[in-house]
Design a protein around this ligand. Structure first.
Ligand code: F6P
Length: 341
């Protein structure tokens, strides 16, 4: 069998570990051949390929990013996009595709499966917001990076008696903020799922200063004040209809300075959270996903995605994974509030 592999959407530490596991087991155990598609769905759409064999994947386990490249190309939005993909796959003799991606990339995989394409999905996102899996690889790395940043922000905040705000990624789901904020001892965690009350945040900040500590606030880029609007960089949309976020941290610094009289500074972690080497946890999870994805191909389990349930790798319908986002449940957020203020 000739198997195509692509990585789509925002890159994520652990992508290369998945590719390596897919190829290593696919070649050694099943004698499969591989075609690497470049830059997400742009690859099959435009016939952009690269060699993918055991030699190509040697040494990539600890490497961040993706050797295949990525993009946010949405072939469904391109005129005749699906037909072009069908023709290119046929020309290249590709019998099956493994799509490694998040909500958008796997959304396209779901649509193509419904049209009869043989596709298997692997969940990827630092945001951890895909349903059908307890965790996605990349999340642990992002949380580790954000936690280390907050550890550092504590000492400079104390020295200058300042409010320090750490803005982390998380468009619709506050998983990175919740976990890194808890691990990093933030005095407030603000997430998209729970619009925040400015008076309450001011109260937490003031009470923190009263105990002679300086407050650290961990805010997800998609968090917004009650009765306020989402803060965006501009109004342009990508191919999947997303605006560019970031700005809530700066906004919050201004508002808190005005309300508390204390100096405030913001650190926006941005793409630092996505770059570099994956943690050991993410390397293992990504490797297990890869090994199981190629099993799914061998079993012709088209239209499924591998996922983590507890400590087991399971197969779930792609539709289940992309139907609704996995947001932070209110009970999980309430646990964290014990440490606010
Ligand atoms: O990977 C998902 C994500 O990290 C979101 O949290 C964030 O809004 C988005 O990527 C930003 O990615 P880019 O700058 O690549 O569009």
């Amino acid at each position: 069998m000739r198997v195509g592999v692509l990585t789509g959407g925002g890159d994520c530490p652990g992508l290369n570990a998945v590719i390596r596991a897919v190829v290593r087991r696919g070649v050694a155990d099943y004698g499969f051949e591989f075609v690497g598609f470049r830059d997400g769905w742009k690859g099959p759409l435009e016939g952009l390929t690269m060699d993918l064999d055991i030699d190509t994947v040697r040494g990539v386990l600890p490497r961040g990013g993706t050797i295949l490249g990525s993009s946010r190309t949405n072939p469904i939005k391109v005129d005749g996009g699906v037909e072009k993909i069908t023709a290119n796959l046929a020309d290249l003799g590709v019998d099956a595709l493994i799509a490694i991606g998040g909500e958008d990339t796997l959304g396209v995989a779901t649509a193509l499966t419904q049209l009869g394409f043989p596709v298997v999905g692997v969940p990827k996102t630092i945001d951890n917001d895909l349903s059908g899996t307890d965790y996605t690889f990349g999340f642990d790395t992002a949380v580790t990076i954000a936690t280390e940043a907050m550890d550092r922000l504590h000492t400079t905040a104390e020295s200058h008696h300042r409010i320090l705000i750490c803005e982390v990624m998380g468009r619709h789901a506050g998983w990175i903020a919740l976990h890194s904020g808890m691990a990093g001892g933030a005095n407030a965690i603000l997430i998209p799922e729970v619009p925040f009350d400015m008076d309450e945040v001011v109260g937490w900040v003031n009470s923190r200063f009263e105990t002679n500590y300086a407050p650290i606030i961990c805010v997800a880029e998609g968090a917004l004040p009650k009765d306020g609007n989402l803060i965006t960089k501009d109004t342009t949309l990508d191919a999947f209809g997303h605006v560019k976020l970031s700005g809530i941290g700066e906004w919050l610094a201004g508002a808190l300075e005005a309300h508390t009289g204390h100096e405030a500074r913001t650190t926006v972690l941005g793409h630092v959270q996505r770059g570099g080497s994956p943690t050991a946890f993410d390397r293992v999870l990504a490797t297990r996903f890869g090994l199981n994805a190629i099993e799914s191909v061998k079993d012709r389990a088209w239209g499924t995605m591998v996922g983590l349930r507890g400590t087991d790798i399971v197969r779930v319908p792609l539709q289940e994974a992309t139907g609704t986002l996995k947001t932070v449940p209110i009970e999980r957020y309430r646990e964290a509030t014990a440490f606010f203020g």
